[in-house]
Design a protein around this ligand. Structure first.
Ligand code: CMC
Length: 433
């Protein structure tokens, strides 16, 4: 009879153990009973970078990396991208179900009426140097929000959690726009609650000297769609950071700020910025073969930015949607001259044995930067444009973690590789190295 268990024989002792298998997993804690001697601590799993470790149960986002499938609460990303709006998707991610018209109306009203920030936030942001990266301004300012909302520490109180989540989703575009305006030396523009989530954000970025600035509907829809695509992506580096920091029961502003820090890195949300810098560095289609050669030889530790993914081993479904949106945006803005380099780079890479063998395909960041640039955003704003929608995913994942009775404070083990115990050496007895 087949059984949902794993039998392990410890060849050090000859003892056999039977461990339950549930959802294709064993609980690594079950290994602790496996000991070579009575003093032995027990067997642990060693998994740097969590390559094969599930850290939680989650009902939010499903990915099948081999088939290129991404679903939010069971709905395929392609359908949501085509038919939904960002705030509708935000409601879905946070509540598990698509909203009714009334529920959506109430949710939009709630988010729209929390867009303003305390005036002292402006003073706080003024403290940054003129050339501060907007992502570091965003991370710091979101962390500072915990000082403005001390009630946020009531993480066990559902009502309080919901208020903080609404505040985060509503205020992120305002803080993001303020960080942009600061770096441009322009006055901050207050939110306009008559506009949609995306149009309000774009207005706070663009408005100069007039209250009548109106966003082109194609660009509004394109950014809304990019926000949908970036809203969640299960247990990536930043979400894991939010969950880990949040597991100490700190307020969600501190936890989300940690997520923004993780997202800032070039291997994660900073990749779209790195893609643009890479395309500029290549400069011309004729230089692509040399660039690919340098990547393959590992020369200067070059990578093909915007390619590869820990989970997707086929075309990232988000990249497919983005490629289509790019055409619509370029019809309005004119074609980004770097697009030809990107298309040719993709064509060559998808035929090259190095990339084929390693299953390296374009990811979400490969084309998104081209759209952001065509819309007039400087590269420094690209990761910020990722952080705004991902805040929804972070909040949904944070709340799921808080409510999960199996979760505790995150605290991995280590394998100690340092010196054996030794006696303190007085200063005058230490030999020069
Ligand atoms: N260019 C060249 N080689 C690559 C690349 C790349 N972009 N990505 C992976 N490889 C190689 C890597 O060197 C390794 O080769 P080998 O087996 O010879 O040592 C092999 O492919 C496997 O890669 P890995 O580093 O073990 O894969 P990983 O799962 O640890 O890393 C990744 C995933 C996304 C960090 C990596 O693919 C990468 O650095 N890509 C470029 C940065 C990027 O585009 N990041 C955005 C990710 S999508 C948005 C998000 O979720 O944030």
């Amino acid at each position: 009879m087949p059984k949902d268990t794993l039998t392990i024989t410890d060849n050090r002792t000859g003892k056999t153990y039977e461990v339950p298998i549930e959802n294709g997993c064993i609980r690594t804690h079950a290994l602790r009973q496996i000991k070579a001697s009575d003093e032995d601590f027990g067997l642990m799993g060693y998994d740097p970078a969590f390559l094969n470790t599930a850290n939680c149960r989650s009902a939010i986002t499903y990915i099948d990396g081999d088939k290129g499938i991404l679903e939010y609460r069971g709905y395929p990303i392609e359908q949501l991208a085509e038919k939904s709006s960002f705030l509708e998707v935000a409601y879905l991610l946070l509540n598990g179900e698509l909203p009714t018209p009334k529920e959506l109306e109430q949710f939009i009203h709630l988010v729209t009426h929390h867009t303003y920030v305390h005036e002292n936030i402006k003073t706080f942001m003024d403290g940054f140097r003129y050339d501060a990266h907007p992502m570091s301004m965003l991370a710091s300012t979101v962390a500072a929000l915990s000082g403005f909302y001390p009630d946020a520490k009531n993480t066990k109180d559902e009502q309080s959690r919901r208020i903080q989540i609404t505040r985060l989703i509503a205020k992120l575009p305002t803080i993001a726009a303020f960080s942009f305006r600061h770096s441009m030396g322009l006055p901050y523009i207050y939110p306009d609650n008559d506009l949609s989530y995306v149009a309000n954000f774009l207005a706070m970025i663009r408005r100069i000297g007039t209250a009548t600035y109106r966003v082109h509907p194609t660009l509004e829809r394109a950014l809304d769609l990019l926000f949908i695509l970036h809203a969640d992506h299960e247990q990536n580096c930043s979400t894991t950071s939010v969950r880990t920091v949040g597991s100490s029961e700190v307020d969600p502003y501190s936890a989300v700020s940690a997520g923004i820090g993780a997202l800032y890195g070039p291997l994660h949300g900073g990749a779209n910025e790195a893609v643009l810098r890479m395309l500029r560095e290549i400069g011309h289609v004729s230089k692509i073969p040399d660039f690919i050669k340098a990547v393959k030889s590992g020369e200067g530790e070059k990578k093909l930015m915007g390619f590869g993914h820990r989970v997707y081993k086929s075309y990232d479904p988000r990249a497919k949607v983005i490629k289509r949106v790019a055409d619509e945006v370029f019809e309005i803005t004119g074609k980004n001259p770097l697009l030809d380099i990107a298309l040719e780079l993709e064509r060559i890479a998808l035929q090259d044995e190095y990339f084929v063998k390693r299953k390296l395909y374009p990811n979400v960041d490969f084309y998104s930067g081209l759209i952001y640039e065509a819309m007039g955003f400087p590269v420094e704003m690209f990761p910020v444009l990722f952080a705004i929608p991902r805040t929804v995913g972070w909040c949904a994942q944070w709340e799921e973690m808080v409510k999960d009775p199996e979760q505790k404070i995150a605290r991995p083990r280590q394998i100690y590789t340092g010196s054996k115990r030794r006696e303190y050496v007085p200063m005058d007895k230490r030999a020069a190295k």
